[in-house]
Design a protein around this ligand. Structure first.
Ligand code: C5P
Length: 399
């Protein structure tokens, strides 16, 4: 039976956490609940005690509780820690590593996966400092569920409402399943080649054309492939990221350099994942700085080589996965690319949306292959990358 440790912090959405306990127990999990002092202002610990069937933990320094199950034993007991609702204050404390109550101490002591479901007023959620705390938590490996757009208890409408208990429960069930499938299947013996980030196409000695790709998705896929036991080569355009340890990193700048780097090693790899946002066109480079003459300037751009199509045209080609970023008609364009570029799989995502896509910490993917498709729901890019790797393993096995 899986052990789920639920942390409840003090927001009005605390009442929804009671329903979450019920749903998790219905899935066969054993649940223990930790409440912060302000959560106790919103909902009684008795509710959680009755629903979980276990005593509720509220104190960091309680001699009796320490004898029964102290913070270290509680942290060791958990297969997963979920904090729902996670208030702005709790998120800030976790992101900085404060440990001044039981819940924040448990976060530091936990070695299991940690999930948080933020809940707060929309202005508090969109504050730069909250977003920085979220980004820092994601870097610490925390998985973020939601929040969602909707009516808020304060009477406002916007992004900040806690995800529904059913959504949180489904994500946890998936995560607990992933803990098994991810390590069980693995990519041992595979050599994975990944291209990531934007390319930069020079116009003259001081200017270039580029795009908004951050490289986060490709880097997350590289980390997931390493975790699954593969040897990984990462061909990266200019990004502000640190490559995962143990990756063979090849830095490039232009689409042509990326083409050369990928093509010279494609045949040594069993899987190629093209996440890079390669420039489709590049200018003819002027060796002198272009002068500011006239009211308009016309640039002549030449089509770049399609790296993905070139890899998939190789006779002994690796299992080839492409990406598609679309603003409309996602499935039609993605399926067209799958066929035209003769890919084994294509992962499509919406761009130009409020959440997800370029430069975001989170994303969702709709993955298509010859006779099927699968939706990977909105989550942080690390989690999404692991789900994509799982799917690639599944499709390779099914071939
Ligand atoms: O055709 P489109 O550019 O929309 O397809 C996107 C996919 O093709 C991505 O996987 C991207 O990495 C790849 N691509 C490429 N070489 C190009 C342009 C795109 O490999 N020159």
């Amino acid at each position: 039976m899986k052990h789920i440790l639920l942390g409840v912090s003090g927001g009005i959405a605390a009442y929804k956490a009671a329903e979450l306990v019920r749903l998790l127990r219905k899935q066969g999990a054993e649940v223990r609940v930790v409440m912060t002092q302000s959560a106790l202002e919103f909902i009684s610990s008795l509710t959680f005690q009755a629903l979980s069937g276990n005593p509720v933990h509220t104190e960091l320094l309680d001699t009796e509780a320490e004898n029964a199950m102290g913070h270290i034993s509680l942290a060791r007991w958990a297969d997963v820690l979920i904090i729902a609702p996670a208030t702005a204050n709790t998120l800030a404390k976790l992101s900085c590593g404060l440990a001044d109550d039981l819940l924040s101490t448990l976060y530091l002591a936990a070695t299991c996966p940690v999930y948080v479901a933020p809940a707060m007023n929309q202005a508090m959620w969109s504050k730069v400092v909250t977003q920085e705390n979220i980004a820092r938590l994601i870097r610490q490996g925390v998985h973020i569920i939601g929040p969602e757009i909707g009516d808020q208890a304060c009477g406002e409408t916007g992004l900040g409402r806690m995800s529904e208990p059913m959504t949180i429960c489904n994500q946890l069930v998936l995560a607990l399943q992933d803990q098994v499938t991810f390590s069980e299947l693995g990519l041992q013996g595979h050599r994975v080649l990944i291209s990531a980030g934007p390319t930069r196409e020079p116009l003259d000695p001081v200017r270039y054309l580029t795009n908004r790709s951050s490289g986060k998705m490709g880097y997350a896929i590289a980390a997931a492939a390493i975790k699954a036991g593969a040897d990984v080569t990462l061909v990266s355009g200019p990004v502000e990221l640190t490559a995962p340890a143990n990756v063979n990193l090849i830095n490039v700048t232009t689409a042509e350099q990326m083409y050369q780097a990928v093509m010279s090693s494609a045949l040594e790899h069993t899987i190629y994942i093209g996440t890079a946002a390669v420039a489709d066109y590049s200018p003819i480079v002027s060796d002198k700085k272009i002068k500011k003459d006239g009211n308009s300037l016309t640039l002549i751009l030449q089509k770049t080589k399609d790296i993905l199509a070139a890899v998939s045209a190789l006779e002994q080609r690796p299992f080839t996965v492409g990406f598609a970023a679309e603003t409309h008609d996602l499935e039609r364009y993605a399926r067209d690319k799958l066929t035209q570029k003769k890919l084994d799989m294509i992962a499509a995502n919406w761009v130009g949306q409020e959440q997800g896509g370029f430069d975001s910490e989170q994303n969702a993917l709709q993955v298509f292959w010859d006779k099927g498709d699968k939706a990977l729901l909105m989550t942080d890019k690390g989690q999404l990358a692991e789900q994509l790797i799982d799917l690639i393993i599944e499709r390779i096995k099914a071939r």
